[in-house]
Design a protein around this ligand. Structure first.
Ligand code: ADP
Ligand code: MG
Length: 323
């Protein structure tokens, strides 16, 4: 990329320092930050590729929000407080309006969570972004995938299936009506459950964020913890908008709800005596936390309906790829 264009890009991404722990930000060879004594560094990275992780022609501000959100969701899932971000951006050409809209939305979204963009890289190529998020976590406060035990209860935040329905809407037809717009927004602008992650880590030792669908992601927990789970299908929290869009509960595509992905809700596994604490947190944060199942010894994930019959999830229709 020509150096003039590059200066311009840098200018869009640079902004006045907000965090006092950023000793050296955008503009030098590396960023330098300080880490408070007693804290540990939590590091995660996620790549978003045009046409793969977001539909082609997604608006730049939506792409920016999603890139920040999916990374902060990983920090939330381990219980870390966001601190810093880096951004490696590849773009086919320099479109100033696109970059400005992208950079403004990126910085606004990061700022909401007190995370600061401290560096990155920019190059010419197919549209793709790799964000790295760095967060701070107290010693012994992490929520790991390998900490589930038989008898623990399984909760999820928010509602499931909205983003997957949003993707189907985008793939099929123009958006019609408020419910469809809301579902598409759940796909394009996920809300990372940052405060929930940090607060719940005080008494929860096991969590994961739901990016590939409940079945796949809870499956990661079960594999790491060497146990199984029973999940009650009728307990899965659903939005009013999803039910309305489907034309009623009975018409719901349950594979989409359980395996569709892109939810970016947290799945929490807690000891059975933590229900009260969770419900208190739920009302404090005004965020539904729903108990959906229980960890069991036998190593399989069973989704059961109220009659006790097992529901076999077909995951095959739900890949990341958007074509
Ligand atoms: P170098 O040649 O040392 O890798 P660059 O010329 O790539 O440095 O980048 C110059 C400065 O701009 C660095 O501080 C880098 O972190 C920052 N930077 C480059 N691209 C981005 C971006 N997309 N977002 C944030 N910071 C960026
Ligand atoms: Mg560079």
């Amino acid at each position: 990329m020509a150096s003039g264009e590059f200066d311009l890009i840098q200018r869009y991404f640079q902004s006045p320092k907000k965090r006092t722990d950023v000793l050296l930000g955008i503009g030098d060879d590396c960023a330098i930050t300080s880490i408070p004594a007693g804290k540990r560094l939590a590091i995660t990275t996620d790549t978003l590729i045009d046409g793969v992780h977001f539909p082609p022609r997604t608006a730049p501000d939506d792409i920016a929000v999603k890139a920040v959100a999916v990374n902060l969701s990983d920090l939330a899932a381990i219980g870390a407080t966001p601190a810093w971000l880096t951004l490696a951006l590849s773009m086919p050409h320099v479109d100033q309006r696109w970059i400005k809209s992208f950079a403004d939305a990126f910085k606004r979204m990061a700022g909401r969570f007190d995370a600061e963009l401290i560096g990155g890289d920019t190059c010419q190529g197919p549209l793709s972004l790799t964000v790295q998020a760095l967060g701070l976590i107290d010693d012994e406060r992490s929520m790991r995938r390998d900490r589930a035990q038989p008898g623990d209860l399984i909760y999820v935040s928010g509602t499931l299936g909205d983003a997957a329905a949003g993707l189907k809407i985008l793939q099929r037809s123009p958006i019609a009506g408020d419910d469809e717009a809301w579902l598409v927004n759940r796909l394009n602008r996920p809300e990372p459950r940052v405060e929930l992650g940090v607060r719940v880590a005080e008494f929860c030792r096991c969590a994961i964020d739901i990016s590939d669908g409940l079945v796949a992601d809870l499956g990661h927990v079960l594999a790491a913890s060497q146990c199984g789970a029973t999940v009650y299908k009728d307990r899965i929290p659903l939005s009013r908008q999803l039910i309305a869009h489907a034309g009623g509960r009975d018409a719901l595509d349950w594979d989409l709800v359980l395996a569709g992905g892109d939810d970016y809700e947290l799945c929490l596994v807690v000891a059975p005596d933590k229900d009260n604490e969770l419900m208190r947190l739920s009302s404090e944060l005004a965020l539904p936390l729903t108990r959906i199942g229980v960890i069991v010894e036998q190593r399989s994930l069973r989704i059961v309906d109220p009659s006790g019959a097992e529901y076999l999830v077909d995951q095959s229709g739900y890949q990341h790829f958007v074509s």
